[in-house]
Ligand binder design. Structure first.
Ligand SMILES: [Fe+2]
Length: 302
């Protein structure tokens, strides 16, 4: 790093000197004897060629930066709000009532209730944030939030999911109601219908991974971090052993388990808990303890 800095300094000083000499020759070529003017103009041209090269390379760097920036800021194909805070309001008001009804009918122990839906949203958000910030991956976070939130909405019982197409219809209906183009809404809704495990859209991989992590909840029967089969977790499953990505993946699994345990123990799992403020109260568990939840905090509150 030090060598690089010294080289850059020498390079910049040399460039400044060349630019100065070049300007001097150009100035002197404007007056004096014809031979002197000719010599200065010739020297100006000789100095100007490398300067032109520098200018072209500067323009090249600037253009490539602009293109890189624009590719990261691709316009969204819909007008859903990007604010997580606004999404939380939408989630509590329009989506949690569906899961509360599950808790009041077939799901009194809350296997696929509000707590599960909320945590899947949180885990998907954290994983999307990691991919975006560390690997430059483009994620349609607005669609991901709604797909994650509604992925079990069509269920009529616990156990194997026989209602994926019902959940898909509810996602399509919700997105259409929010003004999303009908084709985009339909395509997004199909992410909850399992069929293949490869070449998934990034949002499908993320919501599936978030759902997979939450299988550690004790009420699943084979819950707990001890029995978690991380080979099934698609998120960062191709990272090299010992890499930073592998460390993040392992740390996230550990932190998620702590959060699952603490949130399951909270009174939020009770059906009489109101929908209003439900997610906010769950998020408060994370917010109040950044030492215990460093990854969740840095993704949700950075
Ligand atoms: Fe689920």
């Amino acid at each position: 790093m030090e060598t690089l800095t010294n080289n850059n300094l020498a390079y910049n000083m040399n460039s400044a000197l060349t630019w100065g000499i070049c300007a001097l020759h150009l100035n002197k070529s404007k007056s004096g004897r014809p031979l002197s003017r000719f010599i200065h103009f010739s020297l100006f041209l000789m100095e100007a060629v490398p300067i032109l090269g520098q200018l072209i390379s500067l323009i090249d760097v600037a253009v490539s930066k602009v293109f890189k920036l624009s590719s990261c800021q691709k316009p969204k194909p819909h007008s859903l709000s990007s604010s997580f805070a606004l999404f939380v309001q939408e989630f509590e008001l329009e989506i949690l009532p569906i899961y509360k009804e599950h808790e009041e009918t077939f799901d009194s122990i809350g296997v696929h209730g509000r707590m599960h839906a909320s945590r899947v949203v949180i885990f998907a958000e954290v994983m999307a944030c990691y991919l975006r910030e560390n690997q430059g991956v483009q994620v349609d976070i607005d669609l991901l939030r709604r797909v994650a939130a509604l992925h079990d909405s069509g269920r009529k019982a616990n156990g194997p999911d026989l209602w994926e197409s019902d959940s898909a219809k509810m996602i399509e209906s919700h997105l259409t109601k929010k003004g999303v183009d009908s084709e985009i809404a339909k395509s997004a809704s199909e992410m909850v219908i399992h069929g293949k495990d490869t070449d998934l859209p990034i949002e499908q991989m993320l919501f599936s991974s978030a759902d997979c992590i939450d299988i550690m909840r004790p009420c699943c029967g084979h819950g707990g971090i001890g029995d978690f089969k991380k080979g099934y977790l698609l998120f960062l499953n191709d990272c090299k052993n010992g890499s930073l990505a592998a460390k993040f993946r392992d740390d996230l699994i550990r932190e998620a388990w702590i959060f699952i345990s603490e949130s399951e123990d909270s009174k939020l799992s009770q059906t009489n808990e109101p929908n209003s403020g439900y997610m906010a109260r769950l998020l408060a568990i994370i917010r109040r303890d950044p030492q215990k939840y460093p990854l969740l905090n840095s993704a949700l509150y950075h």
